[in-house]
Design a protein around this ligand. Structure first.
Ligand SMILES: [Zn+2]
Length: 431
């Protein structure tokens, strides 16, 4: 039997789904699982919603493919994606990347932002991403127009990919008059406030800037997402400063710390205490393995095995919500990347020793990423939930992670390809 069954009355497919992502547990009670915890099910849907989940017998699972909920990219930079060709950073360091970024920013046009954003979302959607958070360079003369362009792209794409935008500026910018104006327009556009807190920094001045940013965000009801401690020096100084400020004021908006890389260099006791403080203040973390392992620790790697990277396991153990993102795509900060969440899982598996067949290994790409971005759908596959899937041409996790697999993407109960919704569903089948 074909694993995809489409008739007028009935739309369903048979696939292997990670047991931990099936929300309607009673439907698969006692089901046979593969060694990697995959559960063979027949999934039915009508319109945009899942209508049935039935377990299928062990005898008929040999040809089934892996099916996941559509995935999430919690940290990207679509305004500068694909600029490596214009401003390559062949030395690969952080400072060189920043220099090249600023150089490109001087010549950035609205047309280029628009086309990079469109290209990014098209690729992301095709690769199985349903929601993407992008930081946006928001200072300089193109800032207003950039926001206008990206808000328009966001609206055009909302059926396929939910786009969240974060204004990325130097931290002290939020204390200036232009910064306050920017905050108002970001709030109006439903965006988040961002910034960079990377050592070495003036502790007193940075504390004052951070306090001002938090107060503005609180007043306007905007979430915060910072680039923090993306560094190999002064481990976790940015996070410590943030905790110090949070001990002093009450905050009602979600706070996310992207990178938090140098926290991984702290001695274990200090790392655990800091993780507890982050959990206490409900601060989320997005780990970004690709750029951290490429840009940071270029000197010390020759003499030390320790590389700056967020300590995912310790953070999870303390109760911090941790997601994993791809960060830069083919720009001066990182020459590779392709908005492919399955490739990201594959690379992260060895960097962070995270296995997707374990609940805490899969959550940073699925349920935790959804919670962190406050998405409406938690990412569980359940009856009544969205018929939104990415169906991989792979019969096990090992096969899916070995090379980036081919895939079929379904959004709102309809198959999607490079031309968006597919009209001839008979073509949706693996060879
Ligand atoms: Zn970033």
């Amino acid at each position: 039997m074909d694993s995809l069954i489409n008739t007028n009355e009935k739309k369903c497919l048979e696939a292997l789904i990670p047991r931990g992502l099936i929300g309607s547990g009673h439907a698969v009670l006692g089901a046979h699982l593969t060694a990697e915890g995959l559960c063979p099910v027949r999934l039915g849907w009508k319109g945009e919603r899942i209508t049935s989940i039935e377990m299928i017998s062990e005898q008929s699972i040999s040809d089934l493919k892996l099916l996941l909920p559509r995935l999430i990219e919690p940290h990207a930079h679509i305004d500068k994606a694909f600029t490596w060709g214009e401003v390559p950073n062949l030395k690969g360091g952080y400072q060189e990347a920043l220099h090249a970024n600023l150089q490109e920013l001087q010549n950035r046009t609205i047309e280029s932002v628009y086309s990079r954003a469109e290209r990014s979302l098209k690729l992301a959607c095709r690769n199985g991403i349903r929601a993407l958070r992008s930081h946006v360079d928001s200072f300089g003369f193109v800032a207003d127009q950039t926001w206008e362009a990206l808000v328009s792209v966001r609206d055009d794409w909302k059926q396929f990919v939910e786009l969240q935008l974060v204004a990325l500026v130097p931290l002290e910018y939020w204390s200036t008059d232009q910064g306050k104006m920017l905050a108002l327009s970001v709030a109006k556009a439903g965006g988040l406030l961002g910034g960079v807190l990377v050592p070495p920094f003036d502790r007193k001045a940075s504390k004052s800037s951070l306090l001002k940013l938090l107060k503005i965000a609180n007043q306007l009801g905007c979430g915060i997402d910072l680039h923090i401690d993306e560094s190999e020096i002064e481990p976790a100084e940015g996070l410590k400063l943030l905790i110090n400020v949070l001990d002093q004021i009450e905050i009602n908006v979600p706070i996310t710390c992207s990178h938090s890389s140098s926290m991984g260099l702290l001695p274990l006791g200090k790392m655990r205490r800091l993780a507890d403080s982050l959990a206490h203040h409900r601060v989320n973390v997005i780990a970004l393995p690709l750029t951290n392992f490429w840009l940071l620790g270029r000197q010390s790697r020759r003499i030390s095995g320790k590389r700056p990277f967020a300590p995912i396991a310790e953070l999870q153990q303390a109760g911090v919500t941790v997601a994993i993102g791809g960060d830069n795509v083919q720009d001066p900060w990182f020459p590779a990347g392709n908005f492919d969440p399955v490739s990201l899982m594959s690379i992260t598996m060895s960097i962070a020793q995270l296995a997707p067949w374990q609940r805490l290994g899969l959550a940073p790409f699925t349920t935790s990423a959804s919670a962190l971005m406050e998405l409406e759908w938690d990412g569980m596959i359940q009856i009544g939930g969205p018929a939104d899937f990415v169906w991989l041409d792979a019969s096990s996790w090992s096969e899916a992670l070995a090379t980036s697999p081919g895939r079929k993407v379904m959004a709102q109960g309809k198959w999607v390809d490079e031309n968006m919704f597919v009209t001839d569903e008979s073509k949706v089948q693996f060879d």
